[in-house]
Design a binder for this molecule. Sequence first.
Ligand SMILES: Nc1ncnc2c1ncn2[C@@H]1O[C@H](COP(=O)(O)OP(=O)(O)O)[C@@H](O)[C@H]1O
Ligand SMILES: [Mg+2]
Length: 352
Amino acid sequence: MTQSVAPAEQRSGKGPGEVVLEVRNLTKHFPVGTLFRPKAVKALNDVSFTISRGQVVALVGESGSGKSTTARLISRLMPPTSGEIILRGKNVLKTEPHRPSLSYRKEVQMIFQDPFGSLNPVHTISHHLERPLEIHKMVTDKNLLGRVHELLETVGLTPPDEAARKYPYQMSGGQRQRVAIARALAVEPEIILADEPISMLDVSIRMGVLNLMEQLKEERGIGFLYITHDLASARYIGDRTMVMYTGYLVEAAESRELMEQPAHPYTQMLMAAVPNPEGGLIKKKAEARGEIPSLTDMPPGCPFAARCPKVMDICKRSMPGRTQLSQTSDHWVRCHLYGQGEEKQATTTAQL
Ligand SMILES: Nc1ncnc2c1ncn2[C@@H]1O[C@H](COP(=O)(O)OP(=O)(O)O)[C@@H](O)[C@H]1O
Ligand SMILES: [Mg+2]
């Protein structure tokens, strides 16, 4: 997505509302290896952020950086190794530790990358939308079809009676992703976790799906976690952007500030690889070098140290905490170039 369009914060003109979802120090280590040689894939480490009403928070990172793991933990498809998930002030891993309540499953919906895989080929579109309405008792039987049609209209699938009768194979990828969004909307959620929702769609229809998400944020106040590996789409729709590297959030800020003043060398490297819409050329050559470390064998210190053009001695010894760079756009970074971090540090000097 490289169209030159005004970024989210300029179009909406509205700030986000109150915090709906907060995650604190979310960590996921997958046990692998053998009984005698146990190992762990350190997929997610110490991840904290909030999503407010009517706010799109973009989570950007390369493949394997932990983005989907973040969404799966929040949707509670699997438990975290440690950390907290707080929905509207309720610490849900404490109040409903074993499985998410029906109410949590209603409030936090997920949209997946693959619109083919997420719909059942033997059922009509109508069936896909009726199920959540019935399970969560959203309407009476009498109003069921009317509500299905309303949802289809909301996501731009018209005429709705025709769309409702179709099977998934009779729809395009973009239409199927709209059905997935309608299904999430059916239960009137507060948060939608959208895991690379446009990356499998044709370029020509990506913008339509992003605009639909924005309309839902504006009109219904839904908060989104928008997961992508594409900085341009993060800037387009994200009020805020967070950058993830090897399971760590390394920088976050309002999207425009992050793109205009990237502080972390990794964010700077990502920015350098974004095609420039004006010239259509790469701005400058990314200075990438070295390898992404193995998640089962993470070196002590900052995980970007091996690739960082500005690496210092301390980077190889300890992982810095967050340093706040700007209060107004809540811009923070985890990098020794800006200090040790103001929060308690996850220092790894003990491993030296
Ligand atoms: N069930 C699992 N067991 C072991 N490793 C896993 C499992 N799920 C994900 N991983 C690993 O965790 C890391 C992060 O994966 P993921 O969150 O899917 O990344 P992303 O969505 O950013 O591409 C990857 O190295 C992946 O192989
Ligand atoms: Mg993923």
